[in-house]
Design a protein around this ligand. Structure first.
Ligand SMILES: *[C@@H]1O[C@H](CO)[C@@H](O)[C@H](O)[C@H]1NC(C)=O
Ligand SMILES: *[C@@H]1O[C@H](CO)[C@@H](O)[C@H](O)[C@H]1NC(C)=O
Ligand SMILES: *[C@@H]1O[C@H](CO)[C@@H](O)[C@H](O)[C@H]1NC(C)=O
Ligand SMILES: *[C@@H]1O[C@H](CO)[C@@H](O)[C@H](O)[C@H]1NC(C)=O
Length: 365
């Protein structure tokens, strides 16, 4: 569209030799412009046409650019539910060390309600050799992501270059999982799985995301999302959206994926393709920023609003102790329980001088 418009403009500017020529060229330009306008109106304003336009764009680009690692395809296939859905997390060495986040993460599936059986659908994407070895020792579905010379072994501290690279690699990777036809729940490893979350997702949501702070309306784009937990269905809209998200980083080079998401979430192009975004409430999908107050409903708890690996490990262990105490109660008293978490402790959310945004998702990956 832009191409034909601008070349018409160039012709008009270059044809200044004679008045007649100028007029001819102007007329031609008008025709071209009118045609382009009609084309835009037809294809973009009426929704049935909008998606085919985007999907054509995607398929022509994909067929030439993308080929998938057969190893990844086999790992996904092996871990997939019947309806091509997988649970995905990413892991680097700092978090994979014994007695660290990864161990606690796996433990939560065993302590949760109806979560143990979800482990066979969990794919762990490892970012270095050491994390991969540790994953393979503990879990059947591990896939090592080649990272083209980047070394993610150490802690990649929040907002450093390594951290940003790692986060964007994650978006790119998840986009290709969608293209391969798999829907996924992405979960950070510092999220405890206490109940099966699939019962709480919205049927009509293409892209569903947990929140640091939830305002009570799952459709409200003003919610403050946390990219550490998402449920994304594989379809043309989400595939387009992940490309759009990844490309938008060029406009905001110093930002991480979550902040760029906040920048683009209101973009009219997203409304145009009718991508349905839903925000997941903190009653079911809580965290240290805004803990779930309902032990009888909580599905996941995230060590968000927390800086530092040791602090996370400390408080997640306490969180699982709280949960175990709840689970030990007799079934008939559970519905009447008004328990509350004894965390955060080391993860101090009310640290002075920090805004909410500073505290969002302060983790290594
Ligand atoms: C498939 O998964 C099972 C465990 O569910 C595992 O034992 C097996 O090695 C996996 N096969 C491949 C090819 O990954
Ligand atoms: C990556 O970094 C770790 C720790 O700094 C180091 O031990 C390891 O050798 C590095 N690996 C590569 C491939 O550079
Ligand atoms: C896929 O299967 C799981 C497990 O049975 C279910 O909870 C989930 O809702 C299904 N997803 C879709 C999109 O049907
Ligand atoms: C309590 O309920 C859970 C599931 O709701 C069940 O698996 C468990 O067996 C029950 N325990 C007792 C002691 O009845």
């Amino acid at each position: 569209m832009k191409d034909s418009g601008s070349s018409g403009g160039d012709a008009a500017a270059g044809g200044g030799g004679s008045h007649l020529l100028v007029r001819r060229v102007m007329q031609m330009t008008m025709v071209v412009v009118a045609f382009v306008v009609v084309w835009i109106l037809m294809y973009n304003s009426s929704s049935p046409f909008a998606i085919p336009v985007f999907s054509r764009y995607i398929t022509t680009r994909d067929s030439t650019m993308i080929s998938y690692d057969p190893e990844l395809e086999s790992v996904l296939k092996n871990a997939s539910m019947e309806n091509k859905t997988v649970i995905i997390t990413t892991l680097n060495d700092a978090w994979a060390e014994p007695n660290s986040i990864f161990d606690i993460f796996l433990k939560s599936f065993h302590l949760g309600i109806e979560t143990e059986r979800l482990l066979k659908h969990l794919v762990v994407i490892t970012l270095d050799q050491k994390a991969h070895a540790r994953c393979q020792a503990l879990h059947p579905h591990c896939y090592q992501l080649e990272t083209k010379g980047d070394n993610f072994t150490k802690e990649a501290f929040f907002m450093t270059q390594d951290y940003l690279k790692m986060m964007w690699r994650r978006i790119q990777f998840l986009g290709s999982v969608l293209e391969m036809g798999y829907s996924f729940v992405f979960t950070d490893t510092d999220i405890m799985w206490l109940r099966n979350p699939f019962n709480e997702f919205y049927n009509d949501g293409d892209f569903q995301i947990a929140c640091d702070f939830y305002n009570g309306n799952s459709n409200d784009l003003n919610n403050l999302p946390n990219g550490g937990f998402t449920y994304v269905k594989s379809n043309e809209k989400t595939i387009w959206f992940y490309k759009f998200w990844l490309n938008s980083r060029k406009a905001y080079p110093k930002m991480h994926d979550q902040d760029v998401f906040n920048k683009i979430k209101m973009n009219p192009l997203i409304q145009n393709i009718k991508l349905k975004i839903r925000f997941l409430g903190t009653t079911h999908f809580g965290g240290f920023c805004q803990p779930s107050k309902e032990f009888n409903q909580v599905c996941t708890m995230h060590a968000n609003c927390c800086v530092g690996l040791d602090n996370k490990v400390n408080d997640l262990k306490i969180l699982l102790d709280d949960w175990s105490k709840y689970m030990a109660l007799p079934n008939n008293t559970k519905p009447n329980v008004h328990a509350s978490w004894t965390v955060p402790q080391s993860c101090n959310v009310v640290e002075t001088g920090k805004t909410k945004a500073d505290d969002d998702d302060q983790q290594f990956i």
